[in-house]
Design a protein around this ligand. Structure first.
Ligand SMILES: *Cc1c(COP(=O)(O)O)cnc(C)c1O
Length: 364
């Protein structure tokens, strides 16, 4: 059993994708060719936002969003420690300070109550240097934006949605990628909407923010190519990747519906055994980037599955405040116990139709 079979998806879309790539090779506009704009518009339409600015990867997307919001090296940005390192890395790469707030034990996303508590504490220490909160939609499940939004509004902070894992998911029909002041995503191949290389995007309804991001994306470009009005980045989505994404976007909903039904079947096997999975609250739908369960005797369980050729992964074995690169940002007065407990208990399993049968067979 494969953990994730990206080649199966390619096989089913091969004629369309091959044709689209060939078109790019024929017209030769490899950088910012017409497919880039076409894809940005298609994604904006799908998510229901006014502006999509594509870029080179999801880490750059976070950095571009922070730059466009005016986050500078003296600033402080709050985020979850239970995420892929890029979320905190983008903050630190700007010289700003990432600080952490704990997650909920059921959804694995930022806990609104814990956020309010930690914001009170961080505000006492950092005052007006505190600028923004980055929420992550972990494993495909959107964070609790209704609560997070009102908390950020109350404290005058920007809210950024890191939707790298959640394109295609929604809350009450509102799509991930549309929450907060600005959202970012990644098209890394294994993400719900993946290309065949690196890619990412910034999404927003704010016209001014979108214009700034477009400028930052190409060396802080002004009115024309050789006018540089700010220090920016070189972070564009390749035309070939945009062409691939244009063929993949129309089948995303179908793919997610399939993953959703497979996830339900997996849950039906695990639940009677008393094994908890990430909780998807009602009104929420997940893009099922990962199916993640919590298990006390994780090593034993992982070995048992491995013996039957069932691959598993641990996302994430170490919360960011325990990582050598980020531990110095941690403040021991802020309680991050839930993230620490989760890091010791989570195990992600393959999302496919063979898994429920295979689990039953080994009699777990
Ligand atoms: C993958 C990921 C990123 C970074 O995306 P890249 O395209 O790999 O740079 C950022 N945040 C989260 C939560 C991710 O899962």
């Amino acid at each position: 059993m494969k953990y994730l079979d990206l080649s199966a998806q390619y096989r089913s879309l091969k004629p369309c994708i091959d044709r689209r790539i060939q078109k790019v090779l024929d017209h030769g506009q490899y950088i910012m060719g017409p497919e880039v704009n076409e894809f940005e518009e298609a994604l904006a339409d799908y998510i229901g936002v006014s502006h999509v600015i594509s870029c080179a990867n999801g880490t750059d997307a976070l950095q571009l969003a922070l730059m466009s919001l005016g986050v500078v090296s003296s600033d402080v940005v709050v985020t979850t420690p239970f995420t892929f390192c890029a979320t905190a890395e983008a903050i630190a790469a700007l010289g700003a300070r990432p600080v952490f707030s704990d997650v909920s034990p059921d959804t694995f996303n930022l806990c609104p109550d814990a956020l309010e508590k930690s914001l009170n504490y961080y505000l006492r220490i950092y005052g007006s240097r505190l600028k923004a909160v980055i929420a992550v939609d972990l494993f495909g499940l959107p964070a609790d934006y209704q609560s997070l939004h009102s908390i950020c509004e109350k404290y005058g902070l920007y809210l950024i949605e890191d939707a790298a894992q959640s394109i295609g998911s929604s809350i009450n029909g509102d799509m991930a990628g549309s929450f907060g002041s600005v959202a970012t995503t990644s098209f890394f191949p294994a993400k719900p909407l993946g290309c065949y290389g690196d890619g990412g995007a910034v999404l927003t309804n704010d016209k001014q923010l979108a214009e700034l991001t477009r400028s930052f994306r190409v060396h802080g470009q002004g009115k024309h190519k050789y006018e540089n009005i700010r220090v920016g980045m070189n972070s564009r989505l390749d035309t070939i990747q945009a062409a691939i994404l244009l063929e993949k976007l129309p089948v995303l909903n179908e793919e997610i519906a399939q993953r959703n039904s497979m996830a339900n079947e997996i849950r039906m096997v695990l639940e009677p055994l008393g094994i908890d999975s990430q909780v998807i609250p009602s009104e929420y739908s997940s893009a099922w980037a990962q199916y993640t369960l919590q298990i006390n005797k994780r090593d034993e369980f992982k070995k048992k599955l491995a013996a039957s050729s069932i691959p598993t992964n641990i996302y994430y074995p170490l919360p960011l405040h325990k990582q050598p690169a980020y531990s110095s940002y941690h403040d021991a007065n802020v309680d991050l116990t839930t993230s620490e407990l989760l890091a010791n208990k989570v195990l992600s399993v393959p999302i496919n139709y063979e898994l429920p049968g295979a689990l039953k067979e080994i009699g777990i």
